[in-house]
Design a protein around this ligand. Sequence first.
Ligand SMILES: [Mn+2]
Length: 388
Amino acid sequence: MKILLTSDWHLGKALYHQKLHNYQEKFFLQEFIPAMRDIKPDLLIVAGDILDRPIPDKDTLLLFEEILKELASSKIKTFFILGNHDSRRTSLHKYFLELGGLFVIDDLRFFFNPLTISDEEGSKLNLYFLPYLSPYELEEILRERGVELDGVPKVFTRDLLKHLINEIEIKRPAFLIGHFAISGFIFCGEELFIRGFNQDYLLDEDLFEGFDFLFLGHLHRYQVRNNRIFYPGAPLIYSFDNVKDRRGALLLEIYGAQIIHYKLIELTSPYEIMVIEDTFSNILKLPKTEAFLKIILTDNKPIYEAFQRLKEKFPNLLYLDYKKVLNEEQKSNLFLDYDDFNLDLIELKIDELELFKEFYKYVTNTDPEERIIRVFKEYLESFYNSRH
Ligand SMILES: [Mn+2]
């Protein structure tokens, strides 16, 4: 049996205000779905964060609809679970989607009663779906089942999940599909904590020892542990910090009760992401590119209208900053101990001019010239005068 596992599509995402839905449309319709049609998996599993926002905009919904249409026509059975970025808006038409063979799971019906899937070769899998739910929702579900929760610190998802897992009798081989981080795996900086998602959703592997395999979303980097815990990662790169990541979808082959083979199917992104660090004049000599760019200028003086001038050559420049070079004093200030602070400072009356001089030196690394001090004094004077 072949399973194609993916997660964290984040449809409707923007990168520094650059909306990506046109690129995502190209990627899913011209790259992802054709690749999936070639592979012909028995199941497609999307482990959460289908949409980027709980309240998606119209472009995102139209794109999602387009993808759902393609998936339904492919006749490949598809299971989505909600992630921390999704909401009941993602699963709004779930009963109708099921008619097309698409399951968008936002409750625990396939957790308490797993979905058993078998094939002619004798593979039989029990799929347990655990969509992202807030601690309050988990608590509510447990109470409805009559679970005694007195003494359980309800804000701790791990305790609630422990109770939840105690509620079921796990049939083997058991595959858990969920959306959370497991300790020891890598966060790549693209994972955002929203909807009350906090550190507590970093869970220990022990909690899931009853399950044979874990198919998970939430972490955006592809990673696997012990042939047992699988994060397919986000299929597209969504930040400047991960330009070197391999991204795609994970193909798993299951025979009997074992995963006999898996590999990341690398997919081509419709956009390129680059980080360039150099002086303004050197960067202007580089060849034109359509890539999404983050530029760090190493010039030690500000460049006049740098962003506009660079954008003429690099239309997809999204972010511009100057490299911060700290002198020894500034570096040591970064590691100041609280004990080093003189609490008497709080009692001091602030001298604006001194403060300005310090600030100026911090930013430019030089003392302000006389004329700059004069301008500042004039400004200060007019400021105080205007208050009377
Ligand atoms: Mn995500």
